[in-house]
Design a protein around this ligand. Sequence first.
Ligand code: COA
Length: 238
Amino acid sequence: MKEKKQIKNNFFKDCDVSKNIKVEFENPIYLEEVKIMHHTKIGQFSYMGKGALIGTMKEMGRYCSIAPGVKIGLGNHPIDYLSTHPLFFNSASMFDFYLKKNLMIGTHRTHAVIANEPIIGHDVWIGSDSIISRGVEIGHGAIIGANSFVNQNVPPYAIFAGNPAKLIKYRFSEEIIMQLLELQWWNLEIDLKNYKPYHDVEKIIEILKTYHDRANPEKLFLLNRKIYPIDYKFNNHR
Ligand SMILES: CC(C)(COP(=O)(O)OP(=O)(O)OC[C@H]1O[C@@H](n2cnc3c(N)ncnc32)[C@H](O)[C@@H]1OP(=O)(O)O)[C@@H](O)C(=O)NCCC(=O)NCCS
């Protein structure tokens, strides 16, 4: 009963989760018109905008902002078979209406082609319509510019953009980045009710350090750390 209530606190508007796929999430998250094709995990306060698509993704951390149209971990077709068409690697279920169901045609894709799910860290902002390739890891605090094609790892707090995406700059100095990574503020109990100078990163680092000092290590994590599984039955759940 309690678990059901927690799920209601999340917002899944017109989402399409493939059959038998398990999405594990912390509470709350917000997904609008998102298609999810493979098992994944999403951290609290992360959101994905309209038309975003997760082909594969090992996990996404907390406080991620994923703009509309972003595509993560799409599949690769084998490039050295007779054809790159899914008919020839036994993945053409879209033609089931024409072909006999479960007919084995061709050879399954090799592990190398389907493995390497991308990993998205905490506090990542991905600009609209960007594509995140398989095997890529986006570090905590990174930003991906709109319309980018990301085919290499992005270090923490780096801003990458373009096709292929390249480093534009870092959000903060190396010294501040080191402190933020050590602080792991996304694991702290953030004060969501009172004014805090979040715009002044040096000041807020000092404040967050005191949270660390006060905190019992057991209680460093937010209340809703529990992971709630959903399956496709929760599609369109408000
Ligand atoms: C990446 C981004 C945050 C950078 O913003 P910024 O720090 O103000 O960067 P600037 O505009 O000063 O640009 C710096 C350089 O990066 C380039 N650049 C910026 N965004 C780019 C993008 N999306 N693709 C390619 N190059 C980009 C600029 O052309 C500029 O290059 P130059 O130094 O050779 O002239 C911003 O451009 C962006 O793409 N925002 C995403 C918007 C979005 O999708 N919002 C959705 C809401 S959730």
